[in-house]
Design a protein around this ligand. Structure first.
Ligand SMILES: *Cc1c(COP(=O)(O)O)cnc(C)c1O
Length: 244
């Protein structure tokens, strides 16, 4: 693989077409309609012109993983920023809540009660509602963020959620361990979906419709297991070099 070379000879549109086809085929295998799965283009570490090219190809939903990085890119995007939805998909430190609530249309990595409270305050000050996904950690990797699905904090968070009136829970998000084994990913995706169904049953007042799971290497498996939004970076934008 020579991603740099591939990038120089293909356009975003040319990379999008086969991905779109694979999404359609995975939906077909799972007996799902194509409309049930949204494509999020993960533009982290790619500059604003790359986002503009994706918008040109019809993409409207983007994922970014750093507050500061997107703050700069948004300036470069100018008026285009108003036409797209950009979600934060990277870990958010609670001291950056105010900036994040201002920059992003949704936060897909809510992973603590403290962060929920900070985001709720920030959204309140801006007079806006902020959709969130709860990030779940389904493996015991020390470096990974996300809430333990069997822990106390997720219960505390869900109990508190109805009173955090500026936040609206939309569902769950996870990143499986990177061991290159498709069975590990499938197992995680299945666990996330099961957890979603359990939480739905226990908290009928909250919305858990969204399952954000699946990346370049495993999005078809994720779709087969019920994903409603796949987050695709490398397969659409090319490599991010050694930085990611
Ligand atoms: C970078 C990233 C992606 C995209 O990963 P690719 O393998 O490049 O498709 C998806 N989700 C999260 C949370 C990421 O940080």
């Amino acid at each position: 693989m020579q991603p740099d070379r591939i990038e120089s000879v293909t356009t975003f549109k040319e990379r999008l077409a086969p991905i779109e086809e694979r999404i359609c085929e995975a939906c077909g295998r799972a007996g799902r309609a194509r409309e049930e799965v949204r494509l999020m283009a993960v533009s982290k570490l790619h500059p604003a012109p790359a986002i503009a090219e994706a918008v040109e190809a019809g993409v409207t939903l983007f994922g970014e993983n750093r507050v500061q990085e997107f703050e700069c890119k948004r300036v470069d995007l100018g008026g285009l920023a108003a036409d797209i939805d950009v979600h934060l998909i990277g870990h958010l430190q609670s001291n950056k809540s105010a900036k994040a609530a201002e920059l992003f249309s949704a936060i897909d990595t809510l992973d603590s009660l403290r962060l929920a409270e900070r985001l709720n305050d920030a959204a309140g000050k801006l007079g806006r509602g902020l959709p969130v996904l709860i990030e779940i950690k389904l493996s015991d990797e020390a470096a990974k963020t996300g809430l333990d699905p069997t822990g106390r904090e997720i219960e505390d968070l869900l109990a508190r959620m109805p009173s955090l009136t500026n936040l609206s829970v939309r569902g769950l998000m996870t990143v499986p361990p990177f061991d290159g084994n498709p069975d590990t990913a499938r197992h995680c995706f299945r666990e996330l979906r099961k957890l979603r169904d359990e939480l739905f049953a226990r908290h009928p007042g909250l919305d858990f419709g969204e399952l954000s799971m699946g990346m370049s290497g495993d999005f078809e498996i994720a779709i087969e297991e019920g994903s409603t939004v796949v987050r695709i970076g490398t397969a659409l934008f090319g490599g991010r070099g050694a930085k990611a």
